[in-house]
Design a binder for this molecule. Structure first.
Ligand code: AHG
Ligand code: MN
Ligand code: MN
Length: 339
């Protein structure tokens, strides 16, 4: 009796390149390097107070948020890992105001990497799952010194996207545009092992994720949708719904990828200058790409997230993603309200 061979991320990528020609050597290297950086971040997260990584760094990022030590450390780990390999033309991150050019002493490649180095910062100090989110774009033809404009491409242009969730186990989720695959970190061996191929999100769900404390600031279609869910069995939906909110997008999206659900961070009227909280290029787009590749849907409430043409690197968007039928319903409510 022969046992099924364990497929490492390295083998998965080599086979994607060699057998199916789906990726080239540079993209393979890029994914390997990001995965290696995620392993380092996972180790730092796992050390917790013993590693001296908890607490605030005492600095602010471009969005005016106080940076945690782990936000800064994770950003440095991803930068250092990706600078020298020759696979990137530039990098951009939640934690850096402007894109980071590849230093002249290193060769440059054809890809742009955008990331949220540590997602769920408010959960670091309380030992709840956090993660890393990344998106890969091509550097536009003829651009030698990519600036912010080079990054301003709609999500449909992503060639790969993924996230790592540092939870009770560390899991890397990846799409190269042909389905979604999950890899669990074997901590003893130090390698990511394929544990889920062509993962799909059920079309229907009875579970929703939203920060309910903002309800009083929501727009009417948003209230209508959630009020209908809260009404349960005797309401218009005719069944009960359950709620979960981790406050780490990676963890909430990972639950949805595993058993379905809808995740919402809507626009609200608390601060009309901010169209939602989450950032398009390194939170909404990579997650929307993954969710669509798993058979789910992702919209801004009005349009497909992946079709949004970014105007700024750190732009925010409302996010509705997950089980298709729920995302379509809440999107229809928003469209109706627009008339
Ligand atoms: P980050 O830690 O990268 O700034 O992202 C936090 C995001 C996201 O992970 C999560 O879904 C959301 O913020 C939580 O927001 P609330 O604190 O408003 O619940
Ligand atoms: Mn984030
Ligand atoms: Mn972050």
């Amino acid at each position: 009796m022969s046992s099924t061979p364990r497929i490492s991320l390295t083998r998965f990528l080599i086979e994607a390149q060699r057998d199916q020609g789906r990726i080239n050597g540079d993209l393979r290297l890029l994914i390997e390097v990001v995965a290696r950086a995620c392993k380092r971040i996972s180790i730092a997260v796992g050390k917790g107070a013993l590693g001296g990584v908890l607490g605030s760094a005492g600095t602010e990022n471009v969005q005016g948020e106080t940076q945690k030590k782990l936000d800064v450390l994770s950003n440095e780990i991803l930068l250092e890992a990706n600078e020298w390999g020759g696979h990137l033309a530039a990098l951009a991150s939640e934690e850096m105001d402007d894109p980071h050019p590849i230093p002249h002493r290193y060769p440059k490649g054809e890809y742009l990497l955008v990331f949220d180095p540590l997602d769920g910062s408010s959960n670091i100090d309380v030992n709840i799952s956090v993660g890393t989110i990344f998106s890969v774009l091509r550097c536009p033809d003829g651009v030698k010194e990519p600036d912010e404009n080079a990054f301003l491409q709609p999500g449909t242009k992503q060639v790969a996207a993924g996230y790592a969730v540092y939870g009770s186990s560390t899991v890397l989720v990846l799409t190269l545009g042909e389905g979604v695959h999950t890899f669990t970190l074997d901590r003893e061996q130090g390698s990511f092992i394929l544990t889920g191929s062509n993962v799909t999100i059920p079309e229907d769900t009875s579970e929703f994720a939203i920060n309910m404390s903002n309800m009083r600031h929501w727009e009417p279609p948003m209230r209508r949708y959630i009020e209908e869910l809260l009404a349960g069995k005797t309401g218009p939906r005719g069944r009960d719904f359950n709620m979960r909110w981790v406050a780490s997008m990676v963890a909430d999206v990972h639950r949805i990828l595993t058993r379905g659900g809808i995740f919402i961070y809507p626009r609200d009227l608390k601060d009309p200058s901010k169209p939602g909280k989450l950032r398009l290029m390194y939170e909404a787009n990579p997650m929307a790409f993954i969710v669509e590749q798993a058979g789910g849907a992702a919209t801004t409430g009005l349009e497909r997230i992946l079709d949004v043409v970014p105007e700024k690197l750190h732009q925010r968007v409302p996010v509705f993603l997950g089980s298709k039928n729920e995302v379509e319903r809440v999107t229809a409510y928003h469209r109706e309200a627009r008339g």
